[in-house]
Every structure is written in C-alpha cells, then in structure tokens.
Design a protein around this ligand. Structure first.
Ligand code: NDP
Ligand code: BG6
Length: 524
C-alpha cells in the first residue's frame, strides 16, 4: 500500500484515507452477494489506451485492494497475444513500487487473453464461455476500441455475452462519441436499441478528476458562494486547458478531430455544466445529470465570431520538439488547417447567467500545463479607493497540476498605510492534504462502474446537447476552411484569443503576484 503517515500528527494519513475508501466500497458492494464474481473484459486489449491507461488503472485498484474480492480480467483483441505479451506492453505504464513484484504476478494470474475478431459472433461465444467459467458473474465490458467497431462489438455483446439472472452487465464507452450531431445520434440510437441507459457508462475522464468532482461541494456546500454565484456578481468565467507539448507523432489521429472535438466539446463543456448548473434536489446521478442538461439547453449553437482558432508553429529558439510546428509532424497531412488551439465564448441564456461570458480556452504546445476554472467577479461598486487600485476578485479552482482553490482578493498593505494590495486565500492541496495520494481519474471512474454510480458519466441527452452546440461551427469550419492563426510553440496562444476574451469582459491587469516561495517554505 502506498505511503504511510507523513503529514503532521493530526492529519489524516494515507492509510486512513485508503481504509475509508475501502469501507465505502465494501459497504456499497454488500448487496451483490458473497458468491458473485466480477469479470472485467477489455476490448482492444492490444491497443494503446488499454496498455497505457486501462490495465495500469486496474492494477492500481487491485494493488490497493479497492476491487471486489473475486474480480477476473479478460483481454480481447484481434492480435494473437498471450497474457505475458500484455504484461510486457503494460509494465512500463504501471506504477510498481519496489517489493510489489509478487503482487504484480498475482494481478496477471487473474488475467486471461482471448484473440478474436470484432464481427464474428462465434468468437464472442468463446468469450462468453470463458466468462461462464467464473460462475455467476457481473460483467463489465470496456470498449477501448476505435469507433469504427463500436457498433459490431455492442451487437455481439448483446447477442451472446449478456449476464442473466441476478447479475448485471455494464458497458463502458470511450470518446469519441461520434464526430458531429448526426454521427453521435446514430451511435446513441444504436446503443439504446441494445442496452438501457443505466447499463451505459460514457467516459469523460475529466469527470473523474478531484477538482472537477469538487465543484459540486464547493458550490453547494458553502453558503458564502450560493448568493454570489450569478450574473449580478460574476463578470466572466474562464475554463482553460493548456498542454505544453504538441502532437509529436500522434498528429495523424489528432488531425481528424482538432482541439474542439478533442477537448472543448467534452472536457471543458462538462466542467462548464458543473460550474453553471442549478442545485440538484439530491446528489443522485439522475438529479445531477438533469441539471447539467438544463444548462446545455440554454446555450445557443456557437458561431464563428465567438471563436478564435490557432495552430502552433515551431519555435526556432526552443529545445528539441519545440522547434517543430504542427505541420512539421510527419503524421499530419500537408497544409492541414486543423486547429490545435481554440477560444470560444458561450452564453447561457438563463435567469442566473444571462450576459455572463463563459470563455472556454484550450490548446496544445502552449507555455504551461494547466486546467482550471477562473471565476472573475465584477468591479466593486462605488469604489472609494484611488482609481485602478482595487482589482477584481477571482476564485480559481485549479484542476491540475497541483490541485488548489484560491481566492484572489484585496487587502490593506501591511504597515503604516491604507493602500490596497492583491493577495489570496489559498487552499493548496499539497499543503492541506500533505501525504495523501489522490486516486487518478480513471481509478475513480472504473470503481464507479463497479459500484453502479453514473454521477460522473455522460448521459445520452448531455451528449446530444453538446454536439448541438458545436456541430454548426464544426461544419462551417470544414466547409469554409478558415486558416487558423499561427502561434509559437511555448507561447500563450494567438493574441487574438486574449482580445476576444477582453471584448467579452474578462479583465487582465497583470498586477497579481503570488508569493510562491513564502507559501511553500512556510512551516505551520
Ligand atoms: P494572473 O493574474 O497572473 O493571471 C490571471 C489570468 O490571466 C490567467 O488566466 C492567465 O491566463 C491570464 N493571462 C495571463 N497573461 C495574460 C495576458 N497577457 N492577457 C490576458 N490574459 C492573460 O493570476 P493567476 O491566478 O494565474 O496566478 C499567478 C500564478 O500564481 C499562477 O501561476 C498560479 O498558479 C499561482 N498561484 C498559485 C496558487 C497555489 O498554488 N495555491 C495560489 C495563487 C496563485 P492564461 O492561462 O491564458 O495564461
Ligand atoms: C484527452 C485528449 O481526452 O485528454 C488528449 O484526447 C489530451 O489530447 C488529454 O492530451 C488530456 O488529459 P489529461 O488528463 O492529461 O489532462
């Protein structure tokens, strides 16, 4: 088990933290019967997602004793592989600490691999027989597959691999869920003809991140926010995703999608719904998802004038890969106009949010790694201090890296003056929760599938609304082929994006300074 007590005496230790999680899981699984096994089938077991994410996540859950006792894993793909081959592919991505080799062996002993095609029902019958060998078992099917085979696989699962009797079947689907409204509706209709919505788990891994899950608690567990969370007090909300690296050989895949489909239409829009939704009647999945859909329904489809698109160019002064622009990636088609950066301004036409810009900003090959929600408050009314001294408050919820919530606020400059200066109330997780290993997004989400909790998964009507908002813009881009604005690898993106944000009311003063060294060196 990871780590032990390392924080101050009265802090929760990592062991206590994990024990509490285990208790919760055991409690939730109690109703499923002592004799019931679980079989987790990974379709596309030979692929990248499986070896980089799914197997390593299952390993972490197994290592930390978070999985139900009798859980077996079956990898399924077309290639002729063995469990040993799978192990070799996955090991570089698995977090294995010294002394855990025996546990790794125990994990792979619970694994089997079956080679089969995605369209032959007879191969799925073989898979079914393998599952049946485990006795009465709940079945989880993870489709780590290209969308081109989703439908065939879903049909075959339904035809011969469903559980019966007292056990359940759940199907986990990874994005992309279509590439526009029409294709997404087609896929949704197909899946709905085979499975109930409560059997379908559409993964958006951002919904598994600690701070994204925290949005509900911050908003609805704090009296101080509820009265100010509206158009009367909030000037703008900026939701950003920044990565400091480019496509680097993955450009072929990325080029088909572009940054809007890759990040904005799913991850950022999901964060927006949690930031803007009304308080649900309960914390039940359906109540929360109903509220999220309502927010989306209040957003009009995006038009070109609400968007700035960019594409990165090489930085001649940069190191290694930074010298290469998107078009220098040999896997990117020549002359591609696919955006690697986008800023879009959305408005939610509701009583709470009318007129407040929600600025979504995402890009590759930028100056830093960062995902955050920045709520910027309106100017102080009837300001009595010298003009320009008082700056706007901002509440920042930093999703990554280094989870934090900080409130940028004004204070009196200490000493013999009554001048104002900017400071912050700061909840930095690495200080407050020192020594705790946070579970990764996929760990939380896969556990949720075992537990049958759909809170952090995307419902089909959310998906419909998300595509409704973005499809007209995406089609217009495909038709008119506007050239994205160039920005240098390692920069903050095209300056036109800042101009768009500023036109819509986001104010940047550049005056705030965070006293990082003081914060990290302090001993409480
Ligand atoms: P800043 O005032 O420096 O930045 C505010 C916002 O302005 C950012 O969203 C940034 O966005 C944007 N911005 C930056 N340059 C421009 C520009 N030229 N034109 C328009 N917009 C611009 O405050 P921050 O809240 O970003 O804090 C500064 C630093 O302090 C950060 O690194 C932050 O992480 C750190 N800090 C850390 C805390 C903690 O760890 N607990 C607590 C408080 C602060 P963009 O993303 O586009 O660059
Ligand atoms: C994926 C995108 O959904 O999210 C990738 O397809 C992106 O392009 C990734 O890099 C970012 O995830 P994270 O968890 O590393 O922020």
């Amino acid at each position: 088990m990871a780590g032990s007590k390392s924080g101050p005496e009265d802090c929760v230790t990592n062991d206590e933290f994990f024990n509490k999680m285990r208790d919760t899981i055991e409690h939730e699984l109690r109703d499923e019967g002592e004799g019931t096994s679980h079989v987790f089938v990974i379709f596309g077991a030979s692929g990248d997602l499986a070896s980089k994410k799914i197997y390593p996540t299952l390993w972490c859950l197994f290592r930390d004793n978070l999985l139900p006792h009798k859980t077996h894993f079956i990898g399924y793909a077309r290639s002729n592989l063995t469990v040993q081959d799978i192990k070799k592919k996955c090991l570089p991505y698995m977090k294995v600490k010294p002394g855990e080799d025996k546990k790794v062996d125990a994990f792979f002993k619970l694994n089997q691999y079956l080679a089969g095609s995605y369209d032959k029902t007879s191969d799925f019958s073989k898979l079914n027989r393998l599952i049946e060998e485990k006795g009465s078992a709940n079945r989880l099917f993870y489709l780590a597959l290209p969308p081109s085979v989703f439908e065939k696989v879903a049909l075959n699962i339904k035809a011969v691999c469903m559980s019966n009797g007292d056990t359940w079947t759940r199907v986990v689907v990874e994005k992309p869920f279509g590439h526009d409204l029409e294709s997404s509706n087609h896929l949704s209709t197909h899946l709905a003809s085979l499975f109930n919505e409560n059997q379908l788990y559409r993964i958006d891994h951002y919904l598994g991140k600690e701070m994204v899950q925290n949005l509900m608690v911050l908003r609805f567990g704090n009296r101080m926010f509820s009265n100010i969370w509206n158009r009367d007090n909030i000037a703008s909300v900026v939701i950003s995703f920044k990565e400091p690296f480019g496509t680097q050989g993955r450009g072929g895949y990325f080029d088909e999608f572009g940054i809007i489909r890759d990040v904005m239409q799913n991850h950022l829009l999901q964060i927006l719904t949690l930031t803007a939704m009304e308080k649900p009647p309960t914390t039940e999945a359906e109540d929360i998802r109903n509220e999220k859909v309502k927010v989306l329904r209040c957003i009009c489809p995006l038009s070109m004038d609400q968007v700035v698109l960019g594409q990165y160019t090489g930085n001649p002064d940069g190191k290694g890969a930074e010298k290469e622009g998107y078009l220098d990636d040999p896997t990117v088609p020549k002359g591609s106009i696919t955006p690697t950066f986008a800023t879009a301004v959305l408005y939610i036409k509701s009583e709470r949010w009318d007129g407040v810009p929600f600025i979504l900003k995402c890009g590759k090959a930028l100056n830093e790694r960062k995902a955050e929600v920045r709520v910027q408050f309106r100017d102080v009314a009837g300001d009595i201090f010298p003009a320009g001294e008082v700056k706007r408050n901002e509440l920042v919820i930093r999703v990554q890296p280094n989870e934090a919530v900080y409130l940028k606020m004004m204070t009196k400059t200490p000493g013999l003056t009554i001048e104002c200066e900017e400071t912050e109330l700061d909840l930095s997780y690495r200080n407050r929760y020192e020594g705790i290993t946070m579970p990764d997004a996929y760990e939380r989400l896969l556990l949720d599938v075992f537990l049958g909790s759909q809170i952090h998964f995307v419902r089909s009507d959310e998906l419909f609304e998300a595509w409704r908002i973005f499809t007209p813009l995406l089609h217009q881009i495909e038709k008119e082929k506007p050239k994205p604005l160039p920005y240098v690898y390692g920069s903050r993106g095209p300056p036109e994006a800042d101009a768009l944000s500023s036109t819509h009311g986001f104010k940047y003063t550049g005056t705030y300074r965070w006293n990082k060294d003081k914060m990290t060196n302090s001993k409480y």
